[in-house]
Design a binder for this molecule. Structure first.
Ligand code: HEC
Ligand code: HEC
Ligand code: HEC
Ligand code: HEC
Length: 314
């Protein structure tokens, strides 16, 4: 009898050890999951940084966790700020802090786009809902809307700032020219100067020799013919080469070889890719008159009035 009881106890003891081990493993996994997030480290570092630059109160009130800018009317849920914690702290934190804690660059025109109202992805691309570096920067939904990183821009011969202008023009499409959008401004001039509308319809105007270009940026790259395109098989590359030498990319085409300089064909490609159907509501579409006024050089009080004899240039 006693022997049997002892053997039961031995068995129970075995179970106890097994269950404790399992419990321990589960707790360890829980901690590991918490600590192995891409954002955990940044969130543990950030309060110290705030404190170091004199924001002791804010540092004490900092609560760890996923953060987001949610703008339902734009379809934006941007968790970028879970890692990019310093974006609104330009007045406190120096610009020398490493990414992703560094404050966002600021200037007159960036200041017109309050982060709380515009989020991040409308300008940068990327997958706003993701909370890992790879997921957020490369986009979880394939490569449709990857973040326009420095590396991606460099692969296309552009700086990040230049490439982002494609997205600026999603909203600023109807501006003749916009401060901060030099590439797009150049492209808009070229589009007029080279009379692309003779053969292409854009927003109801133009000739029908070539395809309609109103929503050229929504075009499916899989339907393009890459047989005569050098390098990477991207929409960007196809357009740059087609604009320069249409006769090479589309043999037998009626489109002339424009022989643009590389920076011109890149700028025009940014413009074409910016022409997309947008889900943004009207309050997110700026008034072109405001940009036009902003492009005017500010009148200097010492400027001599133009003589009435010279008619304004047209
Ligand atoms: C999990 C943390 C994390 C999230 C989420 C995150 N980032 Fe980043 N981001 C980083 C880190 C780390 C760097 C610096 C290293 C690098 O470029 O990968 C960085 C760098 C960047 C850069 C500079 C890129 C370059 O090429 O120099 C931009 C722009 C950027 N992030 C935008 C975004 C946007 C937009 C989102 C949201 C869609 C986002 N990030 C979400 C961590 C994050
Ligand atoms: C109105 C457009 C716009 C919005 C909105 C915007 N950005 Fe940017 N961002 C830019 C531009 C343009 C640059 C490039 C500045 C440059 O290269 O001079 C930039 C640069 C960056 C960089 C790189 C900074 C550096 O100094 O290299 C990061 C990181 C970044 N943005 C993250 C974000 C995050 C996170 C958000 C959302 C909170 C956001 N941005 C919202 C336009 C925007
Ligand atoms: C999601 C739409 C959207 C995107 C993307 C966007 N803007 Fe704007 N932008 C606006 C709106 C709306 C205003 C008017 C803001 C206000 O005054 O309330 C504006 C204002 C401006 C202004 C002031 C002159 C004017 O037209 O009102 C400049 C300059 C400007 N944006 C440049 C840029 C640049 C450069 C980028 C890209 C880095 C950019 N914008 C990206 C919507 C956008
Ligand atoms: C003389 C007529 C003509 C002119 C001018 C012209 N194109 Fe074209 N374009 C065509 C024809 C025809 C095609 C279709 C065959 C091809 O792919 O080349 C075409 C194709 C295109 C395509 C591919 C469109 C698609 O969805 O298949 C783009 C983009 C384009 N043109 C842009 C431009 C731009 C930008 C200009 C001005 C710099 C311009 N075109 C001037 C005739 C013209």
């Amino acid at each position: 009898m006693a022997d049997q009881k002892e053997s039961f106890e031995a068995k129970d003891f075995g179970w106890m050890v097994a269950m404790s081990l399992l419990f321990f493993v589960l707790v360890a996994v829980g901690f590991w999951l918490e600590y192995s997030t891409d954002w955990g480290t940044y969130q543990r570092t950030f309060p110290g940084l705030l404190g170091h630059y004199g924001k002791v109160e804010e540092a004490r009130n900092f609560r760890a966790g996923i953060r987001q800018i949610w703008i339902p009317q734009m379809g934006v849920t941007d968790r970028c700020v879970t890692c990019h914690l310093g974006y609104e702290w330009a007045s406190v934190l120096p610009a020398t802090i490493a990414e992703p804690l560094k404050p966002h660059p600021m200037n007159d025109w960036l200041a017109k786009h309050e982060f709380a109202r515009f989020g991040c992805t409308p300008c940068h691309g990327g997958d706003g809902a993701a909370t890992s570096v790879i997921g957020a920067h490369q986009g979880g939904r394939g490569w449709e809307d990857p973040m326009l990183s420095r590396a991606l821009a460099a692969r296309n011969g552009l700086t990040m700032n230049e490439m982002i202008q494609m997205r600026c023009n999603f909203c600023h499409r109807h501006d003749v020219a916009t401060p901060g959008m030099e590439q797009i401004n150049l492209a808009k001039q070229l589009f007029k100067k080279k009379k692309c509308l003779v053969c292409h319809v854009v927003e109801g105007r133009g000739g029908a020799t070539g395809a309609e270009l109103t929503y050229e940026g929504d075009r499916n790259p899989e339907l393009l013919n890459f047989a005569h395109v050098r390098g990477e098989r991207t929409m960007f590359n196809w357009n740059v080469q087609h604009l320069t030498q249409a006769s090479v990319v589309s043999p037998g085409t009626q489109m002339p070889d424009f022989n643009f300089k590389p920076d011109e064909s890149r700028a025009l490609t940014l413009l074409l890719l910016s022409w997309r159907r947008l889900p943004y509501p009207p309050e997110y579409i700026p008034d072109p008159e405001v940009a036009a006024a902003a492009m005017q050089p500010s009148p200097t009080p010492t400027a001599t009035p133009t003589p009435a004899a010279t008619p304004p240039p047209h």
